[in-house]
Design a protein around this ligand. Structure first.
Ligand SMILES: Cc1cc2nc3c(=O)[nH]c(=O)nc-3n(C[C@H](O)[C@H](O)[C@H](O)COP(=O)(O)OP(=O)(O)OC[C@H]3O[C@@H](n4cnc5c(N)ncnc54)[C@H](O)[C@@H]3O)c2cc1C
Length: 483
């Protein structure tokens, strides 16, 4: 007779602390097998790169350090989860699978539907829990905020796994990782360090520096990759921040942080309910917006060679470090979709690949919002030069990422194409040779984009769709499997 066991399937929840389904799994009478699958279908999906896989490996190695104390580890496979499950079934009677609900790309949703069917056919019970206050199967978002608050106020779940709760079917091997001095290191231990230092000291200028590309790198929490890969639960971070406010730390600064934790779930919940936005504009009325593809423009944007220093510095920085503050992300999208008049689809994957914190729900919602294609948000066409003067006034960020401009002082640095011949000689710089000339004239492109976007926003079809979105009576796409 085969031994009955249960499986815990780690997904974007690579943590032990505040992992509800994991705790449900260890409290069963059957032994528990811990699994993570580097699924080939996802590894070749174009949203992901080695940056992400390395972060995941670091996160698993970090968990295994703790799990070693209770004689177990996460079993990793370079196979699809269903194939691994079938192999395990050859030797064991798999009774239950535990995991979080995954609000992911269509590819993972489709996989989960097939897996659910397989589980039914094989009498395996798959128990899924909500993750970070995002709910499956909601008909509308009317009472969502209350549900989210209740979740955030409920107690953090402490890990209670013990030595004899687990089964191991292969040896633990430390996963090979590429150590980087530039990218944030994966793992709950690292995430907790970022949280601690943010709550202790770094938060004191959070709201003041949030839009500044350089200062935000230390004043913001930098928790996004740890939230996106689940090294830390948002509930844990939220409760720790509220605690610090009670202990006398700045309410103004930390409330700014906790409200962003709400946005995190808000955008993922939107994606959960309107997952078609992976493929089409949130507001269907924008599907007829014509934006001819210009490969030269897209390539210049991707390479950080548009001739606009803040745009180029932001792109080069995110490609190298995997991180960029919110405003510069918005600026990159606005530049591509408004000034270069390119479809949002031409840039959404490039940034997903480069954001270490790539989170489908936030990414697709924000990308479309900044592209002005929701019909309900304010249209913001960012001026890269004005933003540089306001948020990088000493040019520190620009000089760091565009060495070609290092010798040029501010304010010349912000518009190098305007330098006189004398200036060029003084600073040993040649316009258009050392650094590209602007690929578009933003005063012209601003007028063009603004008139087009305002015209389409007042189109009756777009307006009708906007009011449907505003009512939040959206149809659920991702129905609860068990409905
Ligand atoms: C086009 C675009 C794409 C984006 N893609 C992603 C993405 O793939 N993954 C991602 O985590 N964030 C994304 N963001 C949101 C935001 O820019 C990052 O979450 C933030 O910059 C991360 O820095 P931080 O951890 O220091 O944030 P903090 O300011 O310290 O905020 C704390 C946490 O709140 C959440 N958060 C902060 N800002 C937002 C926001 N505007 N919307 C939703 N959640 C937020 C994040 O989980 C973040 O870690 C995107 C923004 C834009 C404009």
């Amino acid at each position: 007779m085969k031994e009955p066991i249960n499986i815990f399937w780690f997904k974007r929840d690579l943590r032990l602390l505040d992992n509800e389904p994991l705790n449900n799994a260890v409290s069963q009478k059957e032994k528990l097998l811990l699994i993570y699958c580097f699924e080939p279908s996802l590894k070749k999906n174009k949203h992901y790169t080695s940056k992400h896989w390395n972060f995941i490996k670091e996160s698993i190695n970090d968990l295994n350090i703790y799990l070693k104390n209770i004689d177990t580890h996460i079993h990793t496979y370079n196979k699809e989860f269903t194939d691994v499950l079938k192999e395990i079934q050859d030797k064991f009677l798999v009774k239950k699978i535990f995991s979080h609900n995954e609000t992911g790309l269509n590819i993972t949703f489709e996989r989960d539907i097939l897996l659910k069917e397989y589980c039914k056919e094989n009498s395996i019970q798959w128990e899924e829990e909500i993750n970070n206050g995002v709910f499956r199967g909601l008909k509308n978002r009317k009472n969502w905020i209350k549900k989210w608050r209740d979740h955030m106020n409920s107690p953090v779940v402490l890990f209670k796994g013990e030595k004899n709760d687990f089964i191991n079917i292969k040896k633990n091997q430390n996963l090979k990782v590429k150590n980087s001095k530039i990218l944030q290191k994966g793992g709950s231990s690292s995430g907790i360090k970022y949280l601690d230092s943010f709550l202790d000291t770094r938060h004191t200028k959070y709201q003041n520096n949030i839009s500044k590309p350089e200062a935000s790198r230390t004043s913001c929490s930098r928790l996004s990759p740890y939230m996106s890969w689940g090294n830390i639960s948002t509930r844990y971070a939220w409760q720790r921040a509220k605690e610090q406010i009670q202990n006398g730390k700045s309410k103004f600064q930390l409330n700014g942080f906790t409200s962003r934790l709400r946005w995190q779930a808000h955008f993922i919940q939107k994606f959960e309910m309107e997952c078609q936005m992976e493929f089409r504009s949130v507001n269907k009325g924008y599907q007829n917006l014509v934006k001819p593809i210009n490969k030269k423009f897209i390539s210049a944007w991707q390479k950080g060679k548009t001739g606009y220093p803040l745009v180029d510095a932001s792109m080069r920085c995110v490609v190298e470090t995997g991180y960029l503050n919110f405003r510069m992300r918005a600026l990159l999208v606005s530049f591509l979709t408004h000034h270069l008049w390119q479809p949002w689809q031409s840039g959404v994957i490039h940034l997903a690949r480069n954001f270490l914190d790539f989170e489908p729900g936030i990414h697709y919602s924000q990308f479309q919002m900044q592209a002005g294609e929701t019909g309900i948000n304010m249209i913001r066409i960012y001026n890269p030069t004005k933003n540089a003067k306001e948020h990088d006034k000493d040019g520190i960020f620009i000089k760091k990422w565009i060495p070609e401009l290092k010798k040029i002082p501010t304010p010349l640095l912000f518009e190098p194409w305007k330098m006189s011949l004398i200036d060029q000689e003084t600073y040993d710089y040649k316009i258009g040779k050392d650094y590209p000339n602007p690929i578009v004239d933003i005063s012209e492109t601003y007028k063009y984009a603004a008139s087009k976007l305002w015209r389409i926003k007042s189109n009756p079809k777009v307006k009708e769709e906007s009011s449907r979105i505003l009512q939040k009576h959206t149809n659920t796409n991702r129905k609860a499997f068990d409905d």
